[in-house]
Design a protein around this ligand. Sequence first.
Ligand code: NAD
Ligand code: TYD
Length: 352
Amino acid sequence: MSIIVTGGAGFIGSNFIIDWLDLNDQKLINLDKLTYAGNPQNLINLKNNPNYIFVKGDICDKKLIDQLFNTYKPQHIINFASETHVDKSIDSPADFIYTNIVGTFKLLESTRIYWNNLKSEEKENFRFLHVSTDEVYGSLDFAAPSFNETHPYKPNSPYSASKASSDHLVRTYHHTYSIPVLTTHCSNNYGPYQFPEKLIPLVIYNALAGKKFPLYGDGQQVRDWLYVGDHCDAIRQVLEKGKVGEVYNIGGCNQKTNLEVVEMICDILDMVKPRVNGDTYKSQITFVKDRFGHDRRYSIDTSKIKKELHWQPTETFETGIKKTIQWYIDNQEWVKKVTGDNYHHWINKHYK
Ligand code: NAD
Ligand code: TYD
C-alpha cells in the first residue's frame, strides 16, 4: 500500500508529508516539478527514511504518472501540486492554466485507467483527494454569511478560476466515471516553510531584514487564517472518513483584516526580536497600490467538517502566529536558500 502526493515540496505538501510519515508506516511518493515554490530542502530530514520517495516531474506528464501508478500501486493520491500565488496569476496566468487545469486533468485521466483495472475491494478503498481553495467562491461582503459547501462559484482571479476549473473536472470524474474523489476548500494557511511571496512570511522576512512591508489598498481585506498543521490534520480526516464525492470546507475560524495580522506580527516581533534602535516594527508598514480585482473578504463555514468528521482547528491565530514567527527566526538559512535571484527579481518588479 502506498500514497502518491503531488506538489509535496511546496508549503502545505511538505508539512503534510512530514506529519504523514510520522504517523504512518507506508511508502509515500512525492511527485513535484520543483518550480520556484518547491524546495526539497523542506524534506531534507527524510533523506534516510525508506518510506519516502521523491520523483521530480510534472503532473502534466501523463506517461510519468502512469508509470508511477504501475510501479507503486497507490491506494490514495493527494493533489497539492499547483501554481498558487494570486499576484503571479495576474502577472502571467499561463502556468496556472497549464498546471492547475491541464495537470489535474492528466492526473484524473491516469487515475481513471488505473482505477478501472483495480480489484473491487481496492477500487472501494481508493481515494483521489483534490486540495482546493476557498477562493473559488469569490469575495464576500462584510456582513455576508461564510462560505458553505453549496456556495456558488464566483472566482475572481486567474488563480481561483483555474482552481475552480480543476474542481469541476474532479467532480465530473466522480459523476461520470465513479472515481472515488474528495475535494477540500481551505482558507489561507500560514506556518513553517511558506514561501515569502505570501503575506505572512513576506512580512516576517522584510521585518527581520529591516525593509518596508507592503499592504495593498487600505489593508482592510479579511482572510480566515488557518495554521498549516491543522489543515494537514483536516486532510487526513477527510481522506480517512470523508464521504466519496463530497466536498469539505476547512477554515481557521480566525477572521482578521490584513492590517490586524501585520500589526500583530509587529507586536510579537517587538517582544521576541526587538529592533536595535528601539523603534517598533510598525514603522516599516507601507500602504501600496491595491491588487487588481482584490477579493475583499473570505470566510469559511466549517460546520460540515465539524459535524460529520469531528474536525476542528487546534491553534488559535495567537498561538499559531507565535510559532510561525519563531520558526522563521530560527530558520534564516532556509529563508536565505529560497530567496535567490528570481525571488528578488519578482519582488523588485512587482512592488515597483
Ligand atoms: P506552494 O506554491 O507552496 O507549492 C506548490 C508545489 O507544487 C510546489 O512544490 C511546486 O513545485 C509544485 N508544482 C507546481 N506545478 C507543478 C507541476 N506542474 N507538477 C508537479 N508539481 C508542481 O503551494 P501551497 O501553498 O503548498 O498550496 C498547496 C495546495 O493547497 C494548492 O493546491 C493550493 O491551491 C491549495 N491551497 C493553498 C492555500 C494556502 O494558503 N497556501 C489555501 C487553500 C488551498
Ligand atoms: P496572499 O498571502 O497573497 O494570499 P491570498 O491572496 O491567496 O489571500 O495575500 C493575503 C492577503 O494579503 C490578501 O488580501 C492580499 C494581501 N497582501 C498584501 O496586502 N500585501 C502583499 O504584499 C501580499 C503578498 C498580500
